[in-house]
Design a protein around this ligand. Sequence first.
Ligand SMILES: NC(=O)c1ccc[n+]([C@@H]2O[C@H](COP(=O)([O-])OP(=O)(O)OC[C@H]3O[C@@H](n4cnc5c(N)ncnc54)[C@H](OP(=O)(O)O)[C@@H]3O)[C@@H](O)[C@H]2O)c1
Length: 326
Amino acid sequence: MAEEKMVRVCVTGAGGYIASWLVKLLLSKGYLVHGTVRDPGNPKNGHLKSLENAPDRLRLFKADILDYDRILAAVSGSAGVFHLACPVPLDKVENPEVDLLEPALTGTRNVLKASLEAKVRKVVVVSSVTTVAMTADPRPKDQPLDETVWSDVEYCKLREYWYCVAKTLAEMEALEFSKRTGLNITTICPSITIGPMLQRTLNASSSYFLEIMKGTKPLENIGTCFVDVRDTAEAILLVYESPEAEGRYICSASETSMKELVSMLKEVYPAYNYQKSYEEVQNAVSLSSVKLQNLGWKHRAFKETLNDTIHNYREAESLSTNGTAS
Ligand SMILES: NC(=O)c1ccc[n+]([C@@H]2O[C@H](COP(=O)([O-])OP(=O)(O)OC[C@H]3O[C@@H](n4cnc5c(N)ncnc54)[C@H](OP(=O)(O)O)[C@@H]3O)[C@@H](O)[C@H]2O)c1
């Protein structure tokens, strides 16, 4: 395809877990991709250069999400922007204002303002189901949460769920920005995303899943929702490519308790040191991805995700093949 006929898009935080799969997908579909990374020379972004079609179609831009001018340079000339750059901490952060709220909020603001200035046609902001499901009230399992529901920011602040606070405020602001300026902005809220990693360093959700495999952390028998990273990338692109897409989209495929998850894993991989006892908690959350499915989104079977995830961890030597954690 001649370069001038190819659609140019920008992906922020291109070297991250979900973004890497999105970049791979975009390159395979013939898009020209501008990817922002904080440090293009860092080996942790090296995998991007070896993606198929990357030499001709991927250009990396050095940009901290807090640096407006660099973000503007990266989005300039793009028809679409996918905003994924955001810290995703595994544990408690030292300084929530600096470590989370600032990059999530100012970062999103910068991307949206730059997109408006650069006359981008459509922006997809990757939010999270933590913007939907975090409230003090118990949620009936037979009433799946949909896009009309928002997490309670005051409750999250009180419990110091700073990632949820940051993502909820950023997503609300993005949708508000769309109303105010007319910029076409859609948000997508994935649940815990697992599946093979393209990058070499361990991201937070993969690390969390690895802990389950290794049995190294005490587990609550909590109801948990998962989605495959490859299906998440497909969903992000689907939302971008669907002219009728509007507002928010929950993106979640499977719901399971920790006990059920571990017994599924044990069936296929009996050798690992799984957790033997759990703290029982009553908080099963059910999420509806019907709005996304109505756009045509399909997801793979959970067993396939589990198999491919473990296979990938073994290949990356994060999990040994003889039943011990490496
Ligand atoms: N994984 C999940 O389970 C999950 C679920 C729902 C939503 N999400 C959302 O999906 C997006 C991607 O998450 P992920 O799981 O792929 O995490 P990830 O691998 O940690 O990727 C996050 C990316 O954000 C970049 N970033 C962080 N702070 C930045 C800053 N100040 N300036 C520029 N870039 C910055 C990181 O770049 P560096 O490499 O330079 O640090 C990294 O590339 C995030 O918005 C996250 O909230 C993730």
